[in-house]
Write a protein that binds this ligand. Sequence first.
Ligand SMILES: Nc1ncnc2c1ncn2[C@@H]1O[C@H](COP(=O)(O)OP(=O)(O)OP(=O)(O)O)[C@@H](O)[C@H]1O
Ligand SMILES: [Mg+2]
Length: 380
Amino acid sequence: MKRISSVELVRVSKRYGDVVAVDNLSLTIAEGEFFSLLGPSGCGKTTTLRLIGGLEQPDAGDVLIDGEVVTDLPPYERNSNIVFQNYALFPHLTIENNIAFGLRLKSRRVAEPEVARLVAEALELVHLEGYGARRPNQLSGGQQQRVALARALVLRPKVLLLDEPLGALDRKLRKAMQIELRRIQHEVNITFIYVTHDQDEAMSMSDRVAVMRNGNFEQLGTPREIFQTPRTRFVADFMGASNIFSGRVVALGAGAARGASGRTIQIETESGLRVISSDGQGRSAGAAVEFSIRPEAVQVFPRDRDWIADNKFEATIVGKLYLGDVTELEVALGDDNSISSRIQSSIDQKFGFKEGDRVSIGWNAEDCNLLSSGSDTTRC
Ligand SMILES: Nc1ncnc2c1ncn2[C@@H]1O[C@H](COP(=O)(O)OP(=O)(O)OP(=O)(O)O)[C@@H](O)[C@H]1O
Ligand SMILES: [Mg+2]
């Protein structure tokens, strides 16, 4: 029979005293999926992972792995394994023996020649051939994390649960390990459920991402959907779409915006900006709306430049932050509005922008991302 889901949560809740850590959460993860739980500290990511792995018992609801209810099974009877941020390797055992540990447990009864073969295969998988005889303190942080991965994968779980596994590594190593993790996941074709509070990490590796807030999902989708079309202020803010405006719909089908798809609407913000937005289906005249604009969608040009955008304004640069390949400009439009723009540093250099400059800024109708009115309506 064809399996449809690898992991399923059915209205799962978990409280600690007054704190509802996981709140009536339902979720279906497909076999072989790389699924990330993303969100700020305390939103319930680790608790969700521990509930799947059996390290916590839910107060309500069910956990299914491979179509079977495992809610009451202990961790070792579930077909899952967990990798933590702090590696949790045995310091007195060699790398080989660390990886072999689970295979040698009595319950598994794996014969020694087979243990040796599986350990060698696992070392090869994480590119650590030749390191088997060392002890953990003779390896770098990144190498230790690979050992932790190998130790979990050698047992061939159906589901691998990873709780901020790269949190202790420096930026460069983290990037390298992200690529490694993705490669390994493709190679072993095991379902990965990955917890992180780092949006770049979630974006770069996942098939799907769930943004968590207060023990439930605020939005669930592909990395691109979450990044480009956050549905709530919370997700927009968390994903770094720092320009969020509130206003009202003042006209429907306002003008033929260039390239804009769907029905166009005209919005007047609380501070009096008139903005054209696409994708206004279902919005009626007079309705309150919120929208976000990603900083990289906001273009900035010298005032005398001739250029086209659906929404164009005169503005003043009030702040500038050099970030290496990109530069962030804080731009004021009148007294009550300011907006962040992220431009290539080469463009900033070309125009020589500086604080106090009067400039022309703008963005297109399709760069306005309309947000839902409340998070409850968008619960997944
Ligand atoms: N054992 C516990 N006892 C009491 N409260 C707990 C316990 N574990 C978690 N909590 C609470 O449950 C909520 C969710 O915690 P959880 O560890 O799942 O968050 P998280 O999203 O993993 O956060 P972080 O990014 O900081 O690791 C928090 O308010 C936390 O304080
Ligand atoms: Mg956590």
